[in-house]
Design a binder for this molecule. Structure first.
Ligand code: SF4
Length: 175
């Protein structure tokens, strides 16, 4: 015990150095997303996140968008508490059978026009949970999906690029 206390006092923390984010590139992506949302909607994008059975790895990256480190809410990106206020449903996880009805009800409660973005490899086809008896096998098995953002989990920059691509494709498609 005494040895453990001594070692903890004399050694530094055993955590890894965090990756350095490219702050300028992220800020540019977030600003581009805000500009496109204002052109398309006349205001910033409102996102309702739905955890449909994820391992929470994808949520950690989504939360990172709003943490003090990235602080991308300064560009107008908003996460809303109710689907009734959302433009985008950002869905993670393989859609466990227990979450199927909740996802369907959230989709129904979101006003048109609405977009569904499936985030992470699990949301595409079930990912590492694909063969489980407890999952439906991806978001598109339950509700229509407009865009899929790959990764396990995707980093904040990939999430922003995906949302920009969503606005680009939908703006082109609905002209
Ligand atoms: S894609 Fe990866 S990080 Fe995201 S919920 Fe699935 S296993 Fe977890």
């Amino acid at each position: 015990m005494r040895r453990t206390i001594f070692e903890s006092l004399t050694h530094g923390p055993l955590t890894e150095t965090p990756p350095v984010p490219d702050d300028a590139a992220l800020a540019e992506l977030a600003a581009a997303l805000d500009r496109k949302a204002r052109r398309r909607l006349g205001r910033s994008l409102a996102i309702r996140q739905v955890d449909a059975g994820s391992c929470n790895g994808c949520e950690l990256e989504i939360h990172a968008i709003n943490n003090a480190f990235y602080d991308l809410e300064r560009f107008g990106l908003r996460f809303v508490a109710s689907p009734r206020h959302a433009d985008v449903l950002l869905v993670t996880g393989p859609v466990s059978k227990n979450m199927r009805q909740a996802l369907e009800r959230t989709y129904t409660a979101t006003p048109d026009p609405k977009w569904v973005v499936a985030l992470g490899d699990c949301a595409l086809d079930g990912g590492i949970f694909r063969d489980s008896y407890a999952v439906t096998g991806g978001v598109s098995a339950v509700v229509p999906v407009d865009l899929h953002i790959r990764g396990c989990p995707p980093a904040p920059a990939e999430i922003l690029k995906g949302l920009i691509a969503l606005l680009d494709t939908q703006t082109t498609a609905r002209r």
